[in-house]
Structures are given as structure tokens and as C-alpha cells.
Write a protein that binds this ligand. Structure first.
Ligand SMILES: NC(=O)c1ccc[n+]([C@@H]2O[C@H](COP(=O)([O-])OP(=O)(O)OC[C@H]3O[C@@H](n4cnc5c(N)ncnc54)[C@H](OP(=O)(O)O)[C@@H]3O)[C@@H](O)[C@H]2O)c1
Length: 266
């Protein structure tokens, strides 16, 4: 994909930089800009990557400009970036809730834009990254960007109208899932298993379940049926979950998170 410049190397920007370095990208093909002096120094020192102080200089040196600042900084930074972009360059924004048309109007000129929505697990290169491309971006460029960022996890292309849905299903769901995991650990404790062992069992249950689904390429419902014997233990537990409309609660949680993502979009 050529050279990549990252604007803002906070939590997300640093994770992206780290993953790109672990993949095939060379140090010389990466540069960054960062407002916090100490953070910039430490990134330069830790990864041996060039810091570029002027945004226009970063844009000039990059084929792909990744904007990883907070959404509230968008209006300050986008005009600067846009003024030094040309048709050969693509702006990749990871700013939550800032749409492609927001970026275009804040930039004040036509630009090639790709929106990405990474979730927290990109920190361990097991994230989900929703990708929506502006109409000016060629299919082959989108494919190259998807391949480049696959070092962060699973890259999924969606229409931009689904980015809020992806923010909720991909971005917020880890929290919902963690609540379920915490409840499992507490349940283990309630039925007499020491907390550390309950945690180890619960985590392995999840890892093993996902590994089997992937290896055997089966639907979750089919795997669930495999362990639900007539009159057995599993069906008793499942009935308790269904009594409280477990699926309905999960669906509602994800739907509400999606509504909130829509409200928070500019
Ligand atoms: N964290 C997540 O899990 C997550 C998930 C999905 C999407 N995102 C999106 O990712 C973006 C970054 O989030 P984050 O959590 O990484 O934020 P962050 O830790 O605050 O990082 C942003 C960095 O950019 C710096 N910055 C601000 N203006 C700048 C400028 N003009 N030039 C260079 N650097 C500048 C900030 O410095 P100052 O603090 O001094 O301004 C800060 O160090 C956000 O837009 C967020 O919506 C985050």
C-alpha cells in the first residue's frame, strides 16, 4: 500500500502502528504525528519510527493517512490534512461517529476516504475492524487496505449505513460478553468452585467452544444441540435462560448500543 502516516498515536494509533510493524510494513514506510510531546518521544524511541511535526509534511510523505485522534479534534485537524492531500492519497479515519460526509464537509474539498471501526481486541491482533469506503475509492484500493489492516484482526467491509451497527456488534459486544463471563465465574463460586479455578474453567469453556465452532465449521445451534441431551443438565440450565428471555435481552442490548451510536454520530 506504500507509505503510511498515522496522526495521533494514543491507544488506537499505537496499536495500529505496532500491528503494522509486526506485519510486512518496513519502518521507513511508517511515520506519525502526535500532539503529546512525551508520548511522541516514547513512540519514536520504542519503535524507531519517524515523527513528523507538521501535518502537511506527514501527508506529503504518506500514501495512506490514518486519522486516529479523538472525534472532537476532527474539525481542527481535517482542514489541515485535506489541504495537503491529493488524488493519489487516501484518508483512513477511525474516529467513532464521524461519517464520510462529515469528513468531506469538515475538509472542504473532495477526498478519497475510508472509514474503519476497530474494536478493543486489535490490541492483541484479534480485533474486528468494520470498513466502509467512500464512492471515490477504487475496489482494488479497498482490497489493499483490508489486506494491510488484517494484521489487526478480521476486516469486514460494510456499507457506511451499517457502521453504527458494527460499532455496537463489534465494538460494544466485548463488554456484554465480559458481563456474561463474569456471571459464569460468580456462578462457579456460588456452587462451590474456588474463584481462580472457576475463572480458568469459564475461560477455557469459551476458548474451546469457539475453537470447535471454527475447526468443525458448525453452526452454534448445532453444537448446542450436541450437548443438550433429553432430560439432562444442559436443558435445565437453558430453560432457566429462556425463562428470562436471554436472547431477547442480548438482542435488545446490541440494538440499544446501535441506537446510541446513531445518536452520538455528528
Ligand atoms: N479506544 C478504542 O477502543 C477505540 C475504538 C474504536 C475507535 N476509536 C477511535 O480512535 C480514535 C482514537 O482513540 P484513542 O482512544 O486512541 O484516543 P487517544 O488515546 O486520546 O489518542 C489520540 C491521540 O491523538 C493526539 N492528537 C490530538 N490532536 C492531534 C493532532 N492535531 N496531531 C497529532 N496528534 C494529535 C492526542 O493528543 P492530546 O490528547 O494531547 O490531544 C492523543 O495522544 C478516536 O477517534 C476514537 O473514536 C477508539
Amino acid at each position: 500500500m506504500g507509505k503510511v502516516g498515522i496522526v495521533g498515536v494514543g491507544n488506537m494509533g499505537e496499536s495500529i502502528l505496532k500491528a503494522l510493524l509486526k506485519s510486512r510494513i518496513k519502518k521507513d514506510d511508517l511515520c506519525f504525528a502526535e500532539a503529546k510531546k512525551e508520548k511522541a518521544l516514547s513512540i519514536g524511541k520504542t519503535y524507531g519510527i519517524r515523527q513528523v511535526k507538521k501535518i502537511a509534511e506527514l501527508t506529503k510523505q504518506s500514501d495512506l493517512v490514518v486519522v486516529a485522534v479523538k472525534p472532537q479534534d476532527a474539525s481542527k485537524i481535517l482542514p489541515d490534512i485535506a489541504s495537503s492531500m491529493d488524488d493519489s492519497k487516501i484518508l483512513v479515519s477511525i474516529m467513532a461517529g464521524i461519517t464520510i460526509s462529515n469528513i468531506l464537509s469538515l475538509s472542504g474539498r473532495p477526498l478519497k476516504i475510508v472509514r474503519m471501526m476497530p474494536n478493543i481486541a486489535v490490541k492483541v491482533n484479534q480485533g474486528v475492524i468494520g470498513i466502509a469506503a467512500g464512492t471515490d475509492v477504487a475496489g482494488e484500493d479497498v482490497a489493499r487496505i483490508k489486506a494491510l489492516f488484517s494484521c489487526l484482526g478480521l476486516t469486514i467491509e460494510l456499507g457506511e449505513e451499517l457502521m453504527d451497527a458494527e460499532t455496537s456488534l463489534g465494538g460494544s459486544s466485548p463488554a456484554f460478553f465480559l458481563l456474561f463471563l463474569e456471571a459464569m465465574i460468580d456462578a462457579g463460586v456460588k456452587i462451590g468452585i474456588p474463584r481462580d479455578k472457576s475463572k480458568a474453567i469459564s475461560m477455557q469453556v469459551i476458548k474451546g467452544t469457539v475453537a470447535m465452532l471454527e475447526e468443525e465449521q458448525i453452526h452454534p445451534a448445532l453444537m448446542r444441540e450436541m450437548i443438550t441431551s433429553p432430560g439432562g443438565t444442559t436443558i435445565s440450565g437453558l430453560a432457566a435462560l429462556e425463562d428470562r428471555a436471554f436472547r431477547g435481552i442480548v438482542i435488545e442490548a446490541i440494538e440499544r448500543a446501535c441506537q446510541r451510536a446513531r445518536e452520538l454520530s455528528l
